[in-house]
Design a binder for this molecule. Sequence first.
Ligand SMILES: [Ca+2]
Ligand SMILES: [Ca+2]
Length: 270
Amino acid sequence: MSLIPCGSLHIGTNEPHFEADHESPERVVKVQDFYLDEHEVSNANFAKFTEQINYKTEAERFGDSFLFKTLLTPEQQTELEVYRVVNALWWYKVKGVSWRKPNGINSNLQGLEQHPVVHVSWRDAVAYCTWAGKRLPSESEWEVACRGGKQRKLYPWGNKLMPKDQHWLNIWQGEFPDGNTQQDGYQFTCPVNEFRQNNYDLYNMVGNVWEWTADLWQAGDTSESPARVKKGGSYLCHKSYCYRYRCAARSQNTEDSSAGNLGFRCAKNA
Ligand SMILES: [Ca+2]
Ligand SMILES: [Ca+2]
């Protein structure tokens, strides 16, 4: 884990790209020293947790999770057409998909041991962190860590997406949602120890997989499965429609949701 030093720091932005996400206004938050995992939680580590306490994820218990369209054959896409997400037609609800079969019912974890675990709900993430003697970071903690001690920058390393013409994160290049040119080397997830992004030795804070935080999307939400804040964007993000691989960007899912581009990392009090 990496020690994130305390301080009063800016989060949010006064130049929001998505008003509805409430990225603005910029504000000052105070955080205490805390530790944050350098990496997103990997499949190998999640496997240890499930084996030790015989844990079943919510997707395993519900029997399905959300898969991105290019992981389905054209025939499967036709067959599952009615199971698409209404305002994001590239997501399909697919039976049998879980963290153990992240890229479709015929997939497995071979070669993906060091890739981030996906298809895990917020409650699964909390269960893992608790097992590990840790907790999920708050949104403020996550964002302060993302910013790496820099003020008012778009990305963990600065304001340029590609300093030295290098790829610094795993996102989508090309045309979304049908033409991923994979110029960063990855069509889907990349290993959790690829792309070191800031002075705190944090990897893949932006890009690769979205990360659950502890916070409610709407304070005081007492519904059965309230929405939780997620941060960092994913390998599916493209500037044309999901410019959310910025430290200030944020989005949400209900806490029982899971998908192929959503994972987490843990925090711990110092
Ligand atoms: Ca990529
Ligand atoms: Ca990430």
